[in-house]
Design a protein around this ligand. Structure first.
Ligand SMILES: O=C(CO)COP(=O)(O)O
Length: 129
């Protein structure tokens, strides 16, 4: 499966910690991330992550396009619920396209744990295209 990992700045430490905790499960998958998140993951974990553009520069939309194309099958997106983001429309679009295509999406660490553990135990069926 191809999984995306994304975190806003205030959540990046938490995502790095999460990725270390689930490194064995995550390493079995094809991983991608928005730019700065991917840089942190590549530098601070044993995971190898394909980096898209930074979120404010279009990274959320690039990942959304993969969802729309059937190429991205699950997303952990640790959002900052307390800080306004300049690219809020892009974020909303990514969340929406996950719902359109029924792609699992976790936006906080508790649900991210269920998502990753669930994928390991029982990978969801997904459709090409
Ligand atoms: O802004 C983001 C997601 O909306 C994350 O982007 P970065 O990983 O480049 O910080």
């Amino acid at each position: 499966m191809r999984l995306a990992l994304i975190a806003h700045d205030e959540q990046k430490d938490t995502l790095v910690e999460f990725a270390r905790e689930y490194v064995d499960t995550l390493a079995a998958h094809d991983l991608l991330a928005t730019g700065t998140t991917g840089k942190r993951l590549n530098e601070e974990t044993d995971l190898r992550v394909e980096r898209k553009s930074s979120g404010p520069l279009g990274g959320d939309m690039q990942i959304g396009a993969e969802v729309a194309n059937g190429d991205c099958h699950g997303i952990v997106f640790l959002r900052d619920p307390l800080t306004a983001q300049p690219h809020e429309p892009d974020i909303s679009a990514l969340l929406r396209i996950c719902d359109v295509h029924d792609v699992p999406l976790a936006t906080n660490p508790a649900s991210a744990a269920y998502l990753v553990e669930g994928i390991e135990r029982d990978p969801p069926e997904y459709h090409e295209g």
